[in-house]
Design a protein around this ligand. Structure first.
Ligand code: PEP
Length: 251
């Protein structure tokens, strides 16, 4: 029997203008006011919407996070956002190392590790994303790739309270192709075994490992019931209140 409380996190990516974002977040917060799904709920809007969304849901049980952060607190980094700035707006979490950042911005494990460390230093919970590509899976390298990424991306001082892992097979993100329960459980268990080596059995046993990759209302229950799946990082299905809420209710 696990004591890990599930986390359902919405990654809105580069979607939404102010009115859409506020309506979406308020829609979720309103539902949370009168119902208590068996999970924590988080939305990660684009940077432009963090302030209005955080204001709109202030006082509710819906947490707000960033989709990325810089590794430094301040300085000459045009266009970037520091973890301290996220915290200042009311964020509790920062996603780091999403595969779209690793691809679009050439972020390596060491960059992701530095960002995660900076997030922890600012008092945020880091959601560290890892996951294999289809070519790596087809080459039989899935476990090795995820082990290597977790080793390279996990910050010093990571523990179950300040860090969440998100396993997101790249081939399942935004594709409608979802990992089978057996595929997801195999990788989640391997990640947890690697965490045992890195942070010890007690913290590894408490650390949340989310699944991400085309999780939807119709497949969430099966995935969320797996022994080592402790929630979901949701892209497309996080953009509709009804879908996001249905996933939350599947916990
Ligand atoms: C994601 O962006 O992290 C993600 C899992 O997207 P989707 O749910 O759309 O596959």
């Amino acid at each position: 029997m696990t004591t890990r409380r599930k986390l359902i996190a919405g990654n809105w990516k580069m979607n939404g203008l102010k009115a859409d974002g506020i309506a979406l977040a308020k829609g979720i917060a309103d539902k949370l006011a009168s119902a208590s799904p068996d999970c924590d709920l988080l939305v990660c809007p684009p940077f432009t919407l963090i302030a209005p969304v955080a204001d709109a849901v202030a006082g509710s049980r819906l947490a707000v996070g960033g989709q990325d952060c810089h590794a430094k607190t301040s300085g000459a980094h045009t266009g970037d956002t520091s973890p301290a700035m996220l915290a200042d707006l009311g964020c509790k979490y920062a996603i780091v190392g999403h595969s779209e950042r690793r691809t679009d911005h050439a972020e390596t494990d060491s960059v992701v590790k530095a960002k995660a460390a900076a997030a922890l230093a600012a008092g945020l919970v880091a959601i560290v994303c890892i996951g294999e590509t289809l070519a790596q899976r087809d080459a039989g390298q899935t476990i090795e790739v995820n082990r290597s990424q977790i080793n390279g991306s996990l910050p010093e001082g990571a523990n179950a309270a300040n860090t969440v892992i998100a396993y997101e097979p790249v081939w399942a993100i935004g594709t409608g192709r979802v990992a089978t329960p057996a595929q997801a459980q195999e990788v989640h268990a391997a990640i947890r075994a690697e965490l045992v080596k890195l942070i010890g059995a007690a913290e590894a046993g408490k650390m949340r490992i989310l699944y991400g990759g085309s999780m939807k209302p119709d497949n969430a229950r099966e995935l969320l019931a797996l022994p080592d799946v402790d929630g979901g990082l949701i892209g497309g299905a996080a953009l509709k209140v009804a879908d996001f809420w249905a996933i939350a209710e599947s916990c």
